[in-house]
Design a protein. Structure first.
Length: 438
C-alpha cells in the first residue's frame, strides 16, 4: 500500500475526488487532485477495477489550483473544491450537467446555457448546523470530519454568511454552564443558525437531548440581529440533527427575509434556499422559462411557497402542492403576508396533485428533492399533459433520469445550471420542456 505510484488527473468524480490514471490505465480516485495534474500517490484501498489513493507529492500543478482560504479545509470536509479556482469549478459543474443529460437522458447534443455563478463565491450560506463540542471544560462549535465523530473547530466558516458567523460567536457563550452531549455526556447537541441576508435578522435553534431548565434564561438582546432562540428536543441516538418538539425560549419563532420584492417568514426548519442572492437569479430564471403571464400554473413540491409566490406575481392562478403540512401552513402565511389572492396551497402528495383538477395547467413547475420525481408522478404528468414543464433540480443524475422517462411526451428544450453552492460539488439546474403535439 505504501508504494509510490505516478498518476495523471483526468477528471473529477461526482463527489469532487480526482479521477486519475496510472501509466497502465488503472483508475484511482484521489482526493484534492485536479484534472491535468501529475502526482505521486499511495494506494489506501485497491480493487480489481479501481483504487483509492492519497497525494504524496504533486509533480505538475494545474493552473486552476489555488490555496484554500479555510485553515481547516482539509480536515473539515464540508467543502470539496476550495483548492479549485472558481472559474474552474463553474466549468466543471456545467460539464457535470451536460454529461448527465448525455449519459442518462441520452440527449445527443443538449443545449446547456452558461452556468450562472457568483461575483463573490464566499460567505453566502444563510443557514448552518454546527455540532456543539467541548474541550478542556469550554464549549466549542464545529463540524464532524468526514466519516468520523471527531469535531473540527474553527473561528469562522468562509462559506457561511457573516451574520451567521457573528451570531455563532455570540450565542454559544449564552450556553456556558451546560455540557456537550457528544463529548461530555451533557445535553447540548447542535446550534443551528439561519439569517436573512436582506433583513439582517438571525434565528438560533439550540438542539438538546433534554429541555434546558426554565430557570436558565437565555437573552440575546445585546446581539446584533438575533430575533429569537428556539429549543429543539432530540432524544435519539441517531445522526439526525433535529427532533420533533420545539419551543421558543426567547424572542420570535421565525425570521423574515425578502426575495424579489416578496416577504417570507422562515421558521427554524422551513426549507428556504441557502443562498439568497443566487436564489433570486434561480427564481427569475424559473419565471422566465415558465412564461406564466395570464396562465394557470401548478407548482409541485412547493415547500413554503417561495417559487409559488414568485410565479403568482405574473400568473393568473397558481396552486402550490406540498405534502409537509407545516410547510403548507408557512406557505399560506407567506401568501397572506404578501397579499397574494391568486395563489392557494394543498397539503397533498405530488402524485395526487391532478386528481381534483378538471383541466391541465398551462405550466407545471417542479422542484423535487434530490431523489427526483416518483415514477407515478411522472405517469400522472404524462396523462394530464400540461403544455410546458419547468424542472428545478439539485441532482443532475435524477434530473436526467426523469427527462428520459418523459421522452416521447415532452421535448427537452434547454437547461441552465445555477451555482447555488460555490466551493462544493453541488449544482442546481433549471430545465425547460414542452409537450409533444401528437
Amino acid at each position: 500500500m505504501d508504494t509510490k505510484i505516478e498518476v495523471i488527473g483526468v477528471d473529477l468524480s461526482q463527489e469532487g475526488e480526482g479521477i486519475a490514471k496510472t501509466e497502465g490505465g488503472y483508475t484511482v480516485f484521489v482526493p484534492y487532485l485536479l484534472p491535468g495534474e501529475k502526482a505521486y500517490i499511495k494506494y489506501t484501498q485497491k480493487g480489481k477495477r479501481y483504487a483509492k489513493g492519497e497525494i504524496l507529492e504533486i509533480q505538475e500543478s494545474s493552473p486552476m489550483r489555488t490555496k484554500a482560504p479555510c485553515p481547516v479545509y482539509y480536515e473539515c470536509g464540508g467543502c470539496q473544491l476550495q483548492h479549485f479556482e472558481y472559474s474552474g469549478q463553474l466549468k466543471w459543474k456545467e460539464k457535470k450537467v451536460k454529461d448527465s443529460l448525455i449519459r442518462l437522458a441520452e440527449i445527443k447534443n443538449p443545449k446547456i446555457n452558461p452556468i450562472i455563478g457568483m461575483d463573490n463565491p464566499w460567505h453566502y450560506r444563510n443557514r448552518g448546523q454546527f455540532v456543539i463540542g467541548e474541550k478542556e471544560g469550554k464549549l466549542r462549535y464545529g463540524f464532524y470530519s468526514p466519516k468520523s465523530h471527531s469535531i473540527v473547530s474553527f473561528a469562522e466558516c468562509p462559506i457561511h454568511h457573516s451574520f451567521v458567523n457573528k451570531a455563532l460567536k455570540g450565542v454559544l457563550p449564552e450556553l456556558e454552564g451546560f455540557h456537550s452531549f457528544f463529548e461530555n455526556k451533557g445535553v447540548l447537541r447542535h446550534l443551528a443558525l439561519r439569517c436573512g441576508e436582506k433583513t439582517g435578522e438571525v434565528l438560533a435553534t439550540v438542539v438538546v437531548s433534554e429541555p434546558l431548565p426554565k430557570t436558565h434564561r437565555l437573552d440575546c438582546s445585546s446581539l446584533d440581529g438575533v430575533v429569537g432562540i428556539v429549543e429543539n428536543i432530540n432524544k435519539s441516538r441517531s445522526s439526525k440533527v433535529f427532533g420533533e418538539k420545539e419551543r421558543v425560549i426567547w424572542g420570535k419563532d421565525h425570521l423574515e427575509e425578502r426575495l424579489l420584492g416578496l416577504r417570507f417568514k422562515i421558521s427554524s426548519q422551513s426549507f428556504f434556499q441557502n443562498n439568497t442572492s443566487q436564489a433570486e437569479k434561480l427564481y427569475s430564471l424559473v419565471l422566465k422559462y415558465a412564461n406564466v403571464k395570464g396562465k394557470k400554473v401548478i407548482d409541485l413540491y412547493s415547500g413554503i411557497g417561495s417559487i409559488t409566490l414568485v410565479l403568482a406575481k405574473e400568473a393568473k392562478d397558481v396552486l402550490g402542492v406540498e405534502i409537509v403540512k407545516a410547510a403548507v401552513r408557512d406557505a399560506e402565511a407567506n401568501a397572506r403576508l404578501n397579499q397574494n389572492e391568486n395563489v392557494h396551497f394543498k397539503a397533498i402528495d405530488a402524485a395526487d396533485a391532478f386528481k381534483q383538477e378538471k383541466a391541465p395547467p398551462d405550466v407545471l413547475v417542479v422542484d423535487p428533492p434530490r431523489k427526483g420525481m416518483e415514477k407515478r408522478v411522472i405517469e400522472d404528468i404524462v396523462r394530464f399533459g400540461p403544455q410546458r414543464i419547468v424542472y428545478v433540480s439539485c441532482n443532475p443524475d435524477t434530473l436526467a433520469r426523469d427527462i428520459k422517462l418523459l421522452e416521447g411526451n415532452y421535448n427537452f428544450i434547454e437547461a441552465t445550471p445555477v451555482d447555488m453552492f460555490p466551493q462544493t460539488t453541488h449544482v442546481e439546474c433549471v430545465v425547460l420542456m414542452s409537450r409533444v403535439e401528437k
